[in-house]
Design a protein around this ligand. Structure first.
Ligand code: AHR
Length: 620
């Protein structure tokens, strides 16, 4: 192939093309990126959180209580956290164990922060609290003295002697007195950016490594919820942990909301990404199992004012001064400075019904009026339903919505054959946020074939970076053994993270983006349509480092000998760094390799079969 990059045919493109879509699906939050190691710490699990109304999913899920006990709710720590455990042992040595999320994994020689609320019901006591395995080996222990008939929060540190997996936290009572326990929590001291109530270091780090320009949260379907009563309410997710209101997750489990809006915004700040909260448009998910006709039901009109006020309160909470009503809630949580919220997404892949349109329009107009500085992102429905997509765009035109969220999950062939998707989009209309996409194969793996079809498509997103403002692959996280949706970008268990070829595509595009796009000429020796569609090029300038970045994708089963003509550019050295991701189409564990490439015009280099190659060249 001959590739000539044209220095004079250029255009400005978005500086935030690659971001991440975060949703609490596949146990992404509790048992996932949220650092908490204790499952059901608040005894608030409930059978109705499971789709099959599972009686084993209850206040004692993940707990083993080896003594007389009851779950009580007469004098809780907080009205939002009703249930707590009362131990009524007849003998000393009574035991309670928390099994974590399929066990607790710890590293050796590290500190773990323990906290719990306790009170005497009858008689004081001393609790021996240890991390143990089934053989009885202790990995670290501490003691807490219980005295007083009022709830008191205790804190202690467990230092681990060695690493261990499938451990449990054991609480042993020194004598047979009755005590109450709640909010039993254990966090690694080493969280991402050393935050208390923080995120799992390794998982947060691999997300940060994508260099995402934004983080969208909390979904996805979680944002608009399973029925009206399950619409995600940001106010339930901020403030002291014991006062937050846990929630049934549309994906069939429990959300402690310990990872709530404060933590999402803080994470965005920690990784220098723009926060993009997605708020339901007053209608639940179209796939709701409750609430009657799903999407066709919406909040009653008499509740809309209060609902809209909640959204305006969110803007005040994020951006208002520390002495404003909601800004003070943020300040009290430890963040007096505003979070600098710029975007709010309203709706998630909704059917564009009359019920939706009426409520969306009310919310949109209210935000525009009160906060013209906030960019509202609308939604154009599920792409697979062509009529919603058209109706969504009609609404976007009518209301002049600045940006709309498009979603599509398609086979690799779709991405290969639709690289011109945005070429003809009307530049005078709404900008596009491609908020959810992924290439799907039967069996739904994330492999070189899916990843490279996404890479091919991303070169077209860069080419259309004047109309496409942002994009995010979905979903992001999946716990192995607890996965409801495949493929995902990052798989993990309690101690390991498994990255996918799709992850590396996002990382390569996220770390090698630019703001000036250059057109190119691509000449292939075999010029048939099918071959042409499987080779793609995108060239951008990183204006901050003055580096030209050329991405080349080869989805052919053969190498393509390539000559790069960069004569129109003033190159510093003629050699450049190159990252190559390649493998067999079925390969699920390929990782990029770094090398040097000589860009002398007379020389050519091989575009490997099934590969993405990213070349970075310093300009003079
Ligand atoms: O990404 C998984 C799901 O796909 C999202 O929750 C939803 O928005 C879409 O249908």
């Amino acid at each position: 192939a001959k590739v000539k990059v044209l220095a004079e045919r250029k255009k400005q493109i978005s500086d935030q093309l690659i971001g991440v879509f975060y949703e609490d699906i596949n146990y992404a939050a509790d048992g996932g990126i949220y650092g908490e190691l204790i499952q059901n710490r608040d005894f608030e699990y409930h059978p109705l959180e499971r789709k099959n109304n599972d009686p084993n999913w209850n206040a004692l899920t993940a707990w083993e209580v080896l003594t007389d006990h009851k779950i009580d709710s007469t004098q809780p720590i907080h009205k939002n956290n009703k249930h707590y455990l009362v131990l009524q042992p007849k003998n000393s040595g009574a035991l309670v164990r928390n099994l974590g999320y399929d066990g607790i994994s710890v590293k050796g020689g590290e500190k773990y922060d323990l906290s719990l609320f306790v009170k005497e019901i009858e008689g004081d006591n001393v609790l021996q609290i240890s991390l143990k395995d089934r053989q009885g080996t202790s990995y670290g222990t501490t003691q807490i003295r219980v005295k007083g008939t009022f709830w008191k929060k205790h804190k202690a540190v467990i230092k681990t002697k060695s690493a261990g997996d499938e451990l449990f936290l054991e609480i042993q009572l020194q004598k047979p007195s009755s005590i109450a326990l709640d909010m039993i929590s254990l966090f690694p001291r080493n969280t991402f950016n050393n935050r208390t109530n923080g995120l799992r270091q390794d998982l947060a780090q691999v997300i940060a490594d994508i260099n995402p320009k934004f983080v969208r949260f909390p979904g996805g379907c979680v944002a608009h919820g399973d029925g009206l009563e399950n619409i995600y309410n940001w106010k339930h997710t901020v403030g002291p942990l014991e006062a937050r209101i846990p929630q049934r997750n549309i994906w069939g489990y429990h959300q402690s909301v310990g990872l709530g809006y404060f933590e999402y915004f803080q994470f965005c700040e920690d990784i220098d990404a723009t926060p993009i909260p997605i708020i339901a448009a007053g209608v639940p998910c179209q796939n709701s199992s409750t609430g009657g006709a799903g999407q066709q039901c919406g909040l009653p009109m008499e509740e809309m004012d209060a609902y809209i006020q909640d959204i305006l309160d969110l803007i005040e909470w994020a951006n208002g001064p520390a002495d404003s009503k909601w800004g003070s809630v943020r300040a009290k949580a430890g963040h007096p400075k505003p979070f600098n919220l710029k975007y709010i997404g309203i709706g998630n892949e909704d059917l564009i019904s009359d019920v939706f349109i009426e409520r969306f329009t009310m919310i949109y107009n209210a935000i525009q009026k009160a906060h013209p500085e906030i960019t509202v992102i609308g939604t154009v429905g599920p792409f697979s339903s062509g009529s919603d997509y058209e109706e969504g765009w009609r609404l976007a035109d009518e209301l002049d919505i600045p940006m709309v969220d498009e979603h599509y999950y398609q086979p690799p062939g779709w991405f290969i054959h639709n690289q011109d998707f945005y070429d003809t989009y009307d530049r005078s209309k709404s900008k596009v946020y491609l908020g959810e996409y992924a290439a799907h194969l039967p069996g739904r793996p994330n492999n070189i074939e899916t990843a490279l079809s996404e890479a091919l498509y991303l070169t077209s997103i860069e080419r259309n970076g004047d109309i496409v403002e942002m994009s995010s692959y979905a979903p992001l996280l999946a716990k192995e053994g607890s996965t409801q949706w495949n493929p995902d970008l990052i798989y993990f268990d309690n101690s390991q993270v498994h990255l996918t070829p799709g992850y590396y595509v996002q990382k390569l595009f996220g770390n090698h983006g630019g703001t000036l796009y250059f057109d190119h000429q691509l000449k292939l020796s075999n010029n048939s349509g099918d071959v042409k569609k499987r080779v793609a090029v995108s060239s951008v300038l990183d204006e901050s480092s003055n580096e030209l970045i050329i991405k080349l994708v080869n989805l052919l089963p053969v190498a393509v000998e390539t000559q790069l003509d960069l004569d129109e550019f003033n190159l510093a050295p003629r050699s450049a760094s190159m990252h190559t991701l390649s493998g067999h189409p079925d390969d699920e564990s390929a990782t990029p390799q770094k090398s040097e490439v000589d860009l002398d015009n007379s020389k050519s280099f091989n575009l490997k079969p099934y590969s993405l190659q990213v070349i970075r060249i310093k300009l003079l």
